[in-house]
Every structure is written in C-alpha cells, then in structure tokens.
Write a protein that binds this ligand. Sequence first.
Ligand code: GLU
Length: 493
Amino acid sequence: MSIRARYAPSPTGDLHLGSLRTVIFDWLLVHEEPDSSLILRVEDTDQSRVVPGALERQLQALAWMGVSPTEGVCLDEQGNVVEIGSYGPYTQSKRLEIYKKYADELVAAGKAYRCFCTTERLETMRAEQQANHLPPRYDRFCRSLTAEESAARAAAGESCVIRHAIPDNQEVKFTDQVRGEVLFQSNELDDYVLMKSDGYPTYQLANVVDDHLMEITHVLRGEEWLPSLPKNVLLYEAFGWTPPKFAHLPVILGPDGKHKLSKRDGDVSVIDYDQKGYLPDALFNMLAMIGWSPGTEEEFFTRDSLAKRFSLERVQKAAAVFNFQRLDYVNGWYIRQMQIGEVAERILPYLVAANLPAQAGNYLLTVAAAIQERLKHFDEAEEVAWFFFKRPEPNETLRGLLIPKKTDWEATQKHLRESMQVLQGLAEDQWVPDILDENLRLHIAMNNYKNLEVLWPIRAALTGVPASPGAFEMLSILGKEESLARLERAVSL
Ligand code: GLU
C-alpha cells in the first residue's frame, strides 16, 4: 500500500523531542512501503507567531536525524528551503485562495455560515456565559441569517468570519489507529471559526482541506490534538470527503512521570543534542521506543529493522516517559560501536574549545581509544580527557586525592618514590602497559604491598581525578618523561 504521511509543523520555534518522535513514527511508517512519501507541510496561518529562521532550523534538525521529508517543503543540497512535489504549494500562506474557495463552498451548501458579530458582542456574550458558569461557546447568533442577508452584508464589505455549522445531536464515532473507537457528541462542540476576517483560514479548515487535496493517507499527531478530531471528522463529512487514518500519539512525560516533557527537563531544541554530542542513531532508537515497542527483548536496532517491525497497532495509548539516563546509556553504546578515528574526530572540537592543546594525530587516537568506553556523549570529552593534555594542578586537593584510604601522606610519598625508582629503571621501549604492569606488580609482591597503596597514588598523580583509565594505561599513554615529571610534582607537594 502506498502511504502518504505528513508532518505539519508551524514555523514558530525549534524542533523539540515530541515533534521529532512524530516524524520518526512517520518515517518508520513509510520507510518499508513502496511508493510512499513523508510530506512536510508548513502550517503558517498564524502569521503573528512565525519566527524567522525557525523553519530552516527545523529542517536542518530533521536532516541531522536522517528523517528529511521526501516531498513538500525540503532543504536542497545547498541548504535552501525549496518545495518538491506535485501537490503544492506546501506552505499554507501560499494557499489562501484555495481555502477561500472551499469555505465559500461550505457556506453555499449551508454547512458553514458567515458571522458578523463584533468583538464587543462576543466579549459581552462570553462575560455572560462566564457569570452563568456556562462553557464559552458561540451562541449561533448569525447562524439564522438568511443566505441573501449574509451575502449582501459580505458584498457590502462588512467584516466577518466563517463558522462551521455543527450539526445538532450527532454522535461522532471514529476509529483512531492508536486509541481505537472514539466517540464524541456534536452538541459538545462550538460553531468554531474556519476562516478569519483577515482571509486566513484556521488550523481546522486548512488542515482538513490540505490533507484531502494532498491525498494524505495517515495523520500522525500528538494526543493534544485529539479534541480537534470530532471537528475534523464533521468537516470531512460536510465536504463529502473520506478522512485519512488518524493516529494520536501518546504524550511524552518528563523523568518524574507526571508532567509533560518540557524545557525544564532538558527537552531542548533537537539540534542542541547534536551540539551536546549525541548521535542521531541513539536518539532515533530512543525516541522510536517511546510509546511503541517492537515486542522483543533486544535493546538496539538498526533503523531498517525498526521500520520492518513498526506498526501503529503496537503504539500504546498510555503516556510514555523520556528517561535522560537511558539516552546516555544508549548513546554510550553507539559511541562504543564507532571507529576510533571517528571518536577522535568527534572529541577534538570539544577539547579545542576547552583550550586544551589537542590536535589530530596518533596521540589523539590513543586518547580516544582510552576514553571510548566511558564516554556517554561527546561534550564530556573535556571532563574525561583533559589530563591527557594538561598536568593536574599541584594543590591541596591533589594531595588529598593521592592518599589511599587508611594510609597517610608519608606512606603515600614513600610509595610514590619507590615506584618512581622502579619506573626510572625501565627503558622508553619498555614503557608499554604489559611491561609496566609486570614490573610494578613484582615490586608490590616482593614488598608485600597492597595494589591500592602503590597503584592508586600513581594513577591519581598522573590524572588529578578520582576516575580515569588505570595506572598502567595512563603511564604508557603519557610516556616516560611526562609521567615521571607528574610523579615528581606530586611527590614534592
Ligand atoms: N501545525 C500543527 C502543529 O504545529 C500540526 C498539527 C497536526 O499535525 O495536525 O502542531
């Protein structure tokens, strides 16, 4: 079956995780289906909220994630925003004539009507409703105007909106792909506005007209749009059109499992995840499984295998939690799958930005290999690797760190001095982990020392931090001269 799924962002800000999850589901839905398209339509009918540059940034974020649209508003190879496809224009502000035509058709058919009520009248009406504890709803004052009167007033240039004439006492039943059968009563709906007085359509009209004309087969959108569903269904009915399949995706909750994921939880713009050093594959894997599960025990999947398994039936209704610790875990796994060269390339800009004297080359590759295991995202590079490029500050803190539990500074100094003697006795070409290991362990065994009291001060003196690669690895990476210089600085604290 060929699927036409659309993602319909408003260019009012950056792309966030919730919307990205929607696009990922769209992508999973179309990816394995021949002749299918992921269409991006720009919903910019609320011109006052349009933020310049926001659309480009959203498209860049989608490209970074590898889920760029295949039709509609896209980025070309130079990064310009272009429209591709034969159902355009794909930007709602360029389709005003189309919406007007369809709104007029509805008016002519008696399914919608012009409303000339002034703002003052509407305000008074609302105030009265509020005072009487009634739901805020248009009182249908203009619904009883005759067609002639309505047409004459419009022709005379009187300002008006067009409202949907919601049918009375109708049960609206609809099968949502995720939620199953949903039932609404038309009496609970307002005669909401389809066309504003400035000639711009509202979301409700533009969305339905466009989804129909663009032959959209699947509408995936956040659960917050569920209240629009009965309005949409009745509008499709008014036009005599068949609605597409709808899937309302469960809300994504923040780590507390109670509130919708928000900026405060770290739901920053998607592109910030790139800057923080997260890998698109990791975030993809993570988001694909928020609200959906492939139903197996495996943890990590290629995109293709996710697409093969994906089905809307398995999308859950219940809200799903976004766990940032899990994202780190998943990202760490993806980092461990990378070639060392790639890891080196990714950490270099962070080290340089932190003013560390790092540069491409063999040493950087060695450092990358040493930290790959523990890296969760690349912007930790400075934190976990600075001591490969800079000596620890010789201060009280370092001194405190050098002393293993249950010993004192004198004992630590003695161990450091003895270790230095052993190390000095090794030639440059013996300065490799295995030989360092053998010699220091022999020294420990012969003197009946404990590993910790000998190896801990060495490792701590070389790095100045409580957690790092072990003593032998650090010694061999830093080399004889630098290691001994650091040990000397530490012992004379
Ligand atoms: N323009 C709407 C939004 O920004 C689209 C909702 C929908 O997908 O229908 O969320």
